[in-house]
Design a protein around this ligand. Structure first.
Ligand code: SAM
Length: 380
């Protein structure tokens, strides 16, 4: 993990914004019962406060000039594979595409460029952070077809192919700690005007207590909040759907591996992984990994069918990444080098290939999905 010493110097406006974000966190702590707020509340403030938080401040986030690369912000390959998967589903459902949390708009751009003109659809972006709409509109401005932006899921779309790429890992999460054989929620408090971790006296979910029973003191883990109401609202709004959830994460057995002592919390700033969420407030990304077994349990409980679960590598291979790669090679050696780098990043087990998983949920859908030929739902 890096320290702040080897990072770029902050501008005055970055410092001012970060200080303003800190004031909001401090005020929430001071107004809270017992002077401690949940880590989920902390994430909500630093990532999502309008105009100030990480995702709504208008700074460069995605791609090489930002803080991190996502699969679609790495290039065209990922989106072309996703288009291969979506094409037949769009045909069979005769529906629109809905993308949650479209970031810089790269997936919308690459998917729509790759889908041929026989597919007539509209592309709906559900993005709560309006400042990102600007980037998304710029990315898609040369594409024909109807693009629509919404802050929340529209209620008038009865059918759809839904995608959420690296959205769940950006949602606020609660943190837990095993201390003296007991599991506690780990919140955020103040000590000498600095933010510190502090145990919070709240009820810990039974699932977390059960799983962490007997784990060694000091073990930490996270749980993404709000998944149930979020999935519920999707299930009750859309009558026929396929929903692709693509994210860093694991099934239960790997998520709670006993040697994952410090959980899955990570922070990113200028392509450096940091482990301190209390620095660079509002300037760095904060993520936790997805427990796909939990997602599957919640989704099945709501009524979704689990249509498939696999690694990003298998999903992309099943959706013909090798063919697309060969077709995309050009006479330009620099472009070919960058394309090879992109393919490695997407496929290698030490990069996104294994760490990122793809899950498909369905409602009233009986068609075939190409990406899950070697379905691994049994691991959930
Ligand atoms: C890590 S970025 C991923 C961006 C993009 N999908 C990509 O892969 O490049 C997370 C995105 O999710 C959005 N987001 C966070 N919570 C959301 C929610 N509840 N609904 C929709 N989008 C959300 C953020 O604003 C941001 O656009």
């Amino acid at each position: 993990m890096a320290t702040l010493d080897n990072l770029p110097v902050l501008s005055d406006s970055q410092r001012n914004r970060s200080n303003a974000v800190k004031k909001l966190v401090v005020s929430s702590i001071q107004n809270s019962k017992n002077g401690v707020i949940g880590f989920d509340e902390f994430m909500e403030i630093v990532l999502y406060t309008e105009s100030l938080g990480y995702y709504d401040a208008g700074d460069e986030i995605f791609g090489k000039d930002g803080d991190f690369l996502t699969a679609p912000s790495s290039g065209q390959l990922f989106g072309e594979c996703v288009a291969n998967e979506l094409g037949p589903v769009l045909d069979s459902l005769d529906c629109n595409i809905l993308e949650f949390g479209a970031g810089g708009g790269d997936l919308a751009k690459s998917v729509c460029s790759a889908l041929d003109e026989f597919h007539s659809y509209s592309y709906h972006i559900i993005e709560p952070n309006e400042s990102l709409w600007v980037d998304q509109k710029t990315a898609t401005k040369d594409l024909s077809g109807g693009f629509f932006w919404h802050k929340t899921l529209p209620r008038d779309l009865s059918k759809g192919v839904l995608i959420a790429n690296e959205v769940l890992d950006a949602m606020p999460a609660t943190r837990y700690l095993v201390d003296k054989g007991t599991v506690h929620e780990l919140g955020v408090a103040l000590s000498d005007q600095e933010l510190v971790w502090k145990e919070k006296s709240t009820d810990v979910p039974e699932q977390i207590k059960r799983v962490l029973k007997g784990y060694e003191d000091g073990y930490r883990t996270e749980m993404i909040n709000g998944l149930e109401p979020w999935l519920n609202s999707i299930f009750s709004s859309v009558e026929e759907l396929v929903f692709f959830i693509i994210d860093y994460g694991y099934p239960d057995s790997e998520f709670f591996r006993e040697d994952r002592l410090d959980g899955t919390l990570r922070c990113y700033f200028k392509h450096t992984v940091l482990n301190d969420p209390f620095q660079l407030l509002g300037l760095q990304d904060i993520t936790t990994s997805v427990n796909f077994s939990t997602v599957a349990d919640i989704a099945a409980g709501i009524g979704f069918d689990i249509l498939g679960f696999t690694t990003q590598e298998r999903f992309l291979v099943n959706n013909k990444i090798e063919e697309i790669f060969v077709r995309s090679n050009s006479d330009d050696p620099v472009e070919n080098y960058l394309l090879a780098q992109e393919a490695k990043r997407l496929l290698l087990p030490t990069e996104m290939g294994q760490y990122i998983k793809v899950m498909a949920l369905g409602k009233n859908f009986s068609g075939h999905l190409r990406g899950f030929v070697n379905d691994e739902s049994g691991r959930l």
